[in-house]
Design a protein around this ligand. Sequence first.
Ligand SMILES: [Zn+2]
Ligand SMILES: [Zn+2]
Length: 303
Amino acid sequence: MESMKPVPTLLVLYALSVAAFGQMSQPILPEETTKISDHVWAIMGFPNIAIVVGSRATLVVDTGMGPKNGVTIARAAARLAPGNSKLFLTTTHFHPEHAAGEPGFPAHTILIRNAVQQQEMEKHGQEMIDMFSGRSAQMKELLAGVVLRPPDVLFDQQTTVDLGGVTARLLWFGGAHTKGDELTFVEPDRTLISGDVVQNKTMPNIYGDGGTPANWLAVLDKIAALNAAHVLPDHSAPGDGSLVAAEHDLISEIRTRALALKRQGVAADEAGKQVSAELKSHHPDWPNTNAASFVNSVYAEPQ
Ligand SMILES: [Zn+2]
Ligand SMILES: [Zn+2]
């Protein structure tokens, strides 16, 4: 047998980060799961999916892009807890990679989401599916024939799902990335499934007529009060509770700078370039510091 040569650490780290990034942009989800906390597992991909396992029931957060991914997730959930016959499903927001895999779940799945998210889905859901279908032949195939069904349970601001020995609080704290962003807080783990609202080294983005930067900060204040120990974002790596304060710092840094440039009469495009360059120098290790779209959102905020 050939002896193993030591591989330089930096090379290993680079290979891992490339693999992680490859997974994060991959719309075909694997069945493989990673443990996040005592009752929470994740499928890492585009997007990350959470599976919360109790002694009686299982909750899945997000569906993947189209029914084929829904089937994979449901299989992973059944493998983690073969004895749980009750399956709940909720979605962080209405975008297709988070919600359009629902038809792949078993017929008995109990679909829950907040009322604002449901309204947003009825208004813009099909439009987003059409837009994503136009991005590539693969997405078109994944989303072909998707019909979105109404949820079994709608809630306004908060509901609790008892899974047996573990509870999931489903929360709507207001608009951020979209109007209907939903947060899931798992107790006793203190694990926050944060959607796009709390991410890790990732630029914030408000899509369409979603939330506002000021409201996003207000949502983060409510999240901070939960005192999360673990955070699982949908498009970046999991981390500890410090991600919540880091997100608040990032958004308030971009917003404060953009508002100062706006007061000086700097055009939004130019402000976007300046703020992005400043972020690049503060966070040289981040994969992307392009804040142009978020700066536009700050400029558009009612003052
Ligand atoms: Zn989204
Ligand atoms: Zn997404």
